[in-house]
Design a protein around this ligand. Structure first.
Ligand code: NAD
Length: 439
């Protein structure tokens, strides 16, 4: 066993190891808190001074992380934050959780990873462990991280340790949290995998080690491609049910009584968030460079990407029943976040629905318990409208785009003239069902 590995193992097992988390967002902050809870001293590094200030002041900017947990760790000197990388050479382990968006051309944008890497490479020293958690294409750890980190002469697996461990956090999920969701780890070498797995085992209940960083990168992309494709399939089933005059929700409920070989997915206004709409493109891009065309991914993206337009078409049909056009109608959108009970607006289909309605001349207002305003494509800002009975009564159509559990759907239906429900949120509403139109 190398001297560095031996020492790092001892420091991890005794909780003496200091852990750096680069990127204090939806992924980084919960992870920093878990390591802090496990007894490690954690340093969060983020280029956004507002996030750093939040942590320092004991506030939380992530719904799943209670401010009290941040405050307790900061006061107990288990969690600190800074907006620069100075001193990162003193850390024992550094976990990178920065964004991996797409460029306009749908090519991967790994520039945030590269920016973080350049800073880390400046101070890298023997015995450090570097782990990438950002979702990315297979090969990133070996082709982008390893050469950069080895550029000063240190060797991965011998002098320092390098691993990829995808983050699987499901924002808003109270059952499967960062701690209770099994962690995948792949190392550049077996020693790298071993030490990274040891680190995660201190804070996370189950760790599953795979043979390479590429396998770990691919596992994450399989998981999210699986979701994107199945959502695409069920969205197409919804379109087929519309043509056949069938209720897609009844069809799904029926199919879900089969105890094996079927898994429930739901149709809706489209997909959003930082993962499902983006991650599969990381895979298809990589495959394109190898002359392989990822057909399922492209097809699912097309169907899912078209769902906001389907919602607008259904809204036009609903208004038409009352001899109204989209142009000039008042439309109230309930929910702007991409999914229930969180405030994440990234890639949210609600933004596309609002923009399309606005382009067709509707007077659109919206409410979301978690968002004060939205920025539509083109930069225009729309402020939240308070959710009052009067606002619903005044609207020609209410569209449920995000099925937040804070909404009282009986009350919504009672006060609305007509409701287009894209999530089956009104399934338990008994009176006024005649006003409800569903996807
Ligand atoms: N949000 C999720 O549900 C989720 C789930 C699984 C995986 N992921 C993946 O995890 C990664 C991070 O996602 P997120 O949702 O936490 O993003 P986020 O935008 O919430 O957080 C990323 C943070 O990184 C910071 N940052 C950007 N560049 C930096 C730099 N050079 N140095 C230091 N900090 C920097 C940003 O200021 C931001 O606070 C992405 O690759 C994403 O695909 C996200």
């Amino acid at each position: 066993m190398s001297e560095h590995l031996d020492r790092l193992e001892r420091r991890i097992a005794s909780r003496e190891a200091r852990i750096g988390i680069v990127g204090l967002g939806y992924v980084g902050l919960p992870l920093a808190v878990e390591f802090g809870n496990a007894g490690f001293r954690v340093l969060g590094i983020d280029v956004d001074p507002a996030k750093v200030a939040n942590v320092r002041a004991g506030r939380s900017h992530v719904e799943d992380v209670p401010a009290s947990a941040v405050r307790r760790l900061v006061r107990g000197r288990k969690l600190a934050a800074q907006d620069h990388y100075r001193g990162c050479g003193k850390l024992d382990a550094i976990v990178i959780a920065v964004p991996t968006p797409l460029r306009k051309t749908k090519d991967p944008d790994v520039s945030y990873i590269v920016a973080a890497l350049e800073e880390i490479a400046r101070e890298i020293r023997p015995g450090q462990l570097v782990i990438l958690e950002s979702t990315t294409y297979p090969g990133t750890t070996e082709e982008v991280l390893r050469p950069k980190l080895e550029s000063r002469g240190l060797r991965a697996g011998k002098d320092f340790f390098l691993a990829f461990s995808p983050e699987r956090v499901d924002p808003g999920n109270a059952v499967y949290t960062t701690r209770t969701t099994p962690k995948i780890v792949g190392g550049s070498t077996p020693a790298c995998a071993r030490i990274a797995a040891l680190l995660y085992r201190q804070a996370i209940e189950k760790v599953h080690t795979v043979s390479s960083t590429e396998a770990a990168e691919m596992i994450k992309l399989l998981e999210n491609t699986f979701r994107a494709v199945n959502i695409g399939l069920v969205n197409e089933i919804a379109l087929m049910c519309e043509v056949l005059g069938l209720d897609v929700w009844e069809v799904i409920d029926g199919a879900a009584t089969k105890p094996f070989g079927f898994m429930r997915f739901y149709p809706g206004p489209g997909i959003g968030g930082h993962c499902i709409p983006l991650d599969p493109h990381y895979l298809s891009w990589k495959l394109k460079t190898l002359n392989y065309y990822a057909k399922f991914i492209e097809l699912a993206a097309e169907i899912n990407g078209n769902m906001p337009a389907v919602v607008v078409r259904r809204a036009a049909q609903a208004l038409n029943e009352r001899k109204k056009s989209v142009a000039g109608s008042r439309i109230f959108v309930l929910g702007a976040a991409y999914k229930r009970d969180i405030g994440d607006l990234r890639e949210s289909p609600a933004l596309d629905v609002m923009r399309l309605l606005h382009e067709r001349g509707a007077k659109v207002s919206f409410h979301d318990p978690y968002a004060k305003q939205v920025r539509l494509d083109g930069g225009s800002v729309k402020k939240v409208t308070p959710l009052r009975a009067e606002a619903l009564r005044r609207s020609d159509l209410v569209i449920v785009v995000t099925d937040h559990s804070a909404y009282d759907y009986d009350w919504v239906v009672r006060n609305a003239r007509m409701v287009l429900d894209t999530r089956n949120a009104t399934k338990k509403v008994r009176s006024g069902r005649g006003k409800i139109r569903r996807l």
